[in-house]
Design a protein around this ligand. Structure first.
Ligand code: NAD
Length: 501
């Protein structure tokens, strides 16, 4: 999911020193039709800083009535000034939007660290990725168009690409700003208007982004943000008759419920869901490189990553060597204050998510897996920290080998033959990502074809390339985000035939 980590960042501030839009956290308000509005119910929700387990702020608790207000604003904007923007004007405001994000990048990265607990250097990379994404889609505006198609009758047949309409964008808590940008970029580039529903745990960056877009010249009502719970605000968005499309990123279970709930209004639905990705290590792998990539791919973002290579499937000849080296490297990970530039792993998002991770580890141990390191709560620090865990002697039938834990847990299995590696890799209901480590390029190609995942990497652990399609097979999703493919998700194709008779 993440781009590779780079040098430490220029500025590291502290939670007390966050600089935000207009000098205050954009809290306790929804963002509808270009205005800060309280929730219709007047209710608010407490946000916790995961690094300290203390209150960070309160945000508006939007519900169905607020979603309705936001959809009305988006509908009005769709038929209003936004529809009169030429494609070049649309591109221009998106470039400006990206520029503003870059200018105020530490505001966004600090906010993301404080709301999610991500190490500040990761948040900085992510904030850059947000600016890059909006910039990419500003450029994509002029590169997405219809075709002229020779047909059997006398005339000209052409296709037009038209906006789908009001899009509901539903985003999870693990990469709040990045995933919002993956949806905002193409939705706006294609001329749609949106209602963005961030996770109730991490809504701050969505509010900030909407304000930045407004400052860049995106007209009122084009981006609306309703903060609130999934089962109320999220569900109201999915059921709303004037929402034409839902783009959802989150758990497979909720993705399935969204398909069911959107059937009545027959929405266009695209889904980016969970994963249990394999990390396949052959006996000719470049071991130092493989170890570095393997730990980064499963532990970054404290394992809360849909592309985490959480199942290492290792050739029996290098199994012991892999275990020894992977444990040694894991034990060097620095777990702690996300504002410290040396920190590798911040806290998990909630105490509940940490408990779920610990429960999986204990259940795995009870079933016979061996805990080689980690899996404990560090003494003496508040916040939802856990140390990264490596489990060996994992049987493919165990829940820890099949289910998405969404925490820093690496399960290590072994194989003898290439066929067995493929069979183990494909033995989950997910198919999002995966890595193959080998120096044999013919084998790499065979494996890349045989593993049923939407994103595979050879001799590295990167899943996400802004310019290339990203998405899942099987229960990992429907549709592809990023690259030019995403533009297809946010347009209808109209076929027009002009008779020459
Ligand atoms: P989640 O499914 O609980 O929630 C995701 C979003 O959906 C949140 O905004 C939530 O409020 C909303 N939601 C919840 N119930 C809803 C409902 N009934 N109707 C409409 N919206 C509803 O997921 P999460 O816990 O926020 O995120 C973790 C999950 O997301 C993991 O399974 C992870 O693999 C997945 N994920 C996938 C990708 C990907 O690109 N494939 C990326 C990041 C996370």
């Amino acid at each position: 999911m993440k781009p590779p980590r780079r040098a430490p960042k220029p500025e590291v501030t502290s939670p007390e020193n966050i600089r935000v839009t207009n000098g205050k956290l954009p809290e306790e308000s929804l963002w509808i039709d270009g205005n800060d509005l309280p929730a219709a119910s007047g209710k608010t929700r407490e946000l916790l800083n995961p690094a300290t387990a203390k209150t960070l702020s309160r945000v508006a608790e939007g519900g169905a009535e607020d979603v309705d207000r936001a959809v009305k604003a988006a509908k009005k904007a769709l038929d209003g000034p936004w529809s009169r923007f030429s494609s070049r004007e649309r591109a221009r405001v998106l470039f400006k939007f990206a520029g503003l994000i870059r200018e105020r990048i530490t505001e966004l990265s600090d906010m993301e660290t404080t709301n999610t607990g991500k190490p500040v250097r990761d948040s900085y990379d992510e904030a850059e990725a947000v600016a890059n994404t909006i910039e990419y889609y500003a450029g994509a505006v002029s590169r997405h168009y219809g075709e002229t198609i020779p047909v059997g009758k006398n005339g000209v047949n052409m296709t037009l690409r038209e906006p789908v309409g009001v899009c509901g964008l539903i985003v999870p808590w693990n990469y709040p700003a990045v995933i919002a940008s993956w949806k905002l970029g193409p939705a706006l580039a294609c001329g749609n208007t949106v209602v963005l529903k961030p996770s109730e745990l991490t809504p701050l960056s969505a509010l900030w982004l909407a304000r930045m877009a407004g400052e860049a010249g995106v007209p009122e009502g084009v981006i609306n943000v309703v903060t609130g719970a999934g089962e109320t605000a999220g569900a109201a968005l999915v059921e709303h008759p004037d929402v034409a499309k839902i783009s959802f990123t989150g758990s497979t279970e909720i993705g399935q419920s969204i398909i069911r709930a959107s059937a009545a209004t027959l929405k266009r639905v695209s889904l980016e869901l969970g994963g249990k990705s394999p990390n396949i290590v052959f006996d000719d792998a470049d071991m130092p490189r493989c170890i570095e990539g393997s730990v980064a791919s499963v532990f970054s973002n404290t394992g809360q990553d849909c592309c985490a290579r959480s199942r290492a499937i290792v050739h029996e000849r290098v199994y012991d060597e892999f275990l020894e080296k992977v444990v040694k490297r894991t034990q060097k990970y620095v777990v702690g204050d996300p504002y410290n530039a040396d920190t590798d792993l911040g806290p998990m998002i909630t105490s509940g998510q940490r408990q779920r991770t610990l429960d999986y580890i204990r259940a795995g141990q009870r079933e016979g897996a061996k805990l080689l390191c980690g899996g404990s709560v560090p003494d003496g620090i508040r916040g939802f920290y856990v140390t990264p865990a490596v489990l060996s002697q994992v049987d493919p039938g165990m829940p820890i080998a099949r289910e998405e834990i969404f925490g820093p847990v690496l399960c290590v299995l072994s194989f003898k033959t290439e066929e067995e590696a493929v069979q183990l890799a494909n033995a989950t209901e997910y198919g999002l990502s995966g890595s193959i480590w080998t120096r044999d390029s013919a084998r790499a190609l065979r494996m890349a074809r045989a593993v049923r995942s939407g994103n595979l990497s050879v001799n590295c652990a990167s899943s996400v390339h802004l310019e290339a399609p990203f998405g899942g097979y099987k229960k990992s999703g429907v549709g592809r985000e990023l690259g030019m493919k995403a533009m297809d998700l946010y347009t209808e194709v109209k076929n027009v035939f002009i008779s020459a008779d």
